[in-house]
Design a protein. Sequence first.
Length: 584
Amino acid sequence: MSAQGGQPRKRLGELLVSTGALTAAQLEAALAEQKASGRVLGELLVEDGMISSQVLVRSLAECLGVRGCLLRHGLIDPSLLPLIGEEEAERLKVIPMFRVRDQLTVAMAEPQSIPTIDRLAHLTGCRVRPVLALEPNILEYIRKYAGGNVDVNEFLTSLADTDVEVIEREQDEGPKTNLDKMVQGSPIVNLVNVALLTSVREGASDIHIEPHAGGTRVRCRIDGKLRDLMSPPAGMHSAIVSRVKVIGLMDIAERRLPQEGRVKIVAEGREIDLRVSSMPTLMGEKLVIRILDKENLKVRLEDLGFRESALKTFTRILNQPHGLVLVTGPTGSGKTTTLYSALDLLRSPESNIVTVEDPVEYQLDLVNQTNVNEGIGLTFARVLRSTLRQDPDIIMIGEIRDHETARVAVQAALTGHMVLATLHTNDAPGAVARLLDMTIESYLLSSALSGSVGQRLARRVCESCSMRYHPSESVLADAGLSEVGSATFRKGTGCQACHNSGFKGRVGIYEVMEVTPPVRRVIHTGAPTHEIRRVLGSEGYVPMRDEGVRLAQDGHTSLEEVLRVTKSDDVEDVPDAPAGRIAA
């Protein structure tokens, strides 16, 4: 087969090698196995775990010059299968996906087969738009959707799992509208249940329900990345939003203003807290549901990903009798989890621990937790001042947001309390500049601050499809690895277990700044961040990127993932600051 312009297309094996999905040695071994077994090369590569189904579809599609996809719920309209019939669909190895006017998009194992396309056009009376899909994938969905006329509502109802129960309700659920009628006795409840259950099972942190011109898009965030979950048909969006608002105790009649709600459900046999946020958009209301699953909470510091030296330093900081300990990083980097892990280490019957959070995400035994409510004037600073009259030993502050909260936290640390808090900065040394910007005097900060932690979350390499590889020279240079020798790293090729992403789960990358006497002196003088880094470097401080590179060398994540989530300028523009780079 020739490509446009007379250039022959690459064969599958050649394309996989040229794109880096396979090495030449792997291809040679696979071709030898194919010759001996008679198996199809693509199926052999997937079954042996050398490449993912997604990579195979993409490469085959490029070889054939067609579009390709992996089939999933939401891409297929189950009511179209009777146009072809179950037996004929299995014989032709095709399944209709969706129809736009008189054009029918069909997933086909052989999209270049003209006789098959002509047969489909005759059966359906539509112009056929072929899309490549793998034969096992097609047969799987033919079996799922077989059985006569399949109504969308009937299909959604069949997906229902009764193991979702709202267990926190109040008598006054707000004003009712006629939208309630759309969710009572309809498959909307089942659709929302399926979205919740699937997201909980996959370990998602958030669910996004978004309106668009064609209907609704439902996505979930897994390991920090959004993935498509389902695409309900047009006309369901208002009912879906209404259902979620009802269980979240929100006003379903108010669509012009943002709202927040919360609910506790039972799913998979355990209690899970949901935080619901609504936002009006041009196309309708968008909802985001935060999933707080205690089963995913790791409260042991050893389980978070601290390297041994960093863990020892952080533990030493926490074991001091008093002082301010800060955990820094961007939103979604796991700061609150790190604070909970620190509290788990410190809590005991002999200590009075009080937390001030917005909101309380997880409940811990032996810890007194308070929710901030700024709507009634219950701010961080106000709760903190009251907390100091509660004879606390340890205080945890969900976030230092303003000058008043920062000043109370510093004063508490100076008066004999251990204070733990989060702060939005890029790295651990940057916490000093942030507090100085909040007009905290340098002499007070130098006395109060015991240490800070900077962190990011990197995706873990999937154990089911991991393989060793050699990063490119540019990636190695960006990582500061000038002497690589025979060192190799690990990455995932993509498989069903990791949704073809190559990653499953996340691991923390941590840098720990301990305020030693030399560091305390430079903080006292109000020195800039690069000067603090210079002093830290002379005491063995390891920057965040270098910590991440070491995690990649240990095989926990890929080097490219480390470069993605960490700062590219750990030493900023100061030439004399120690880079701390590592030779593999």
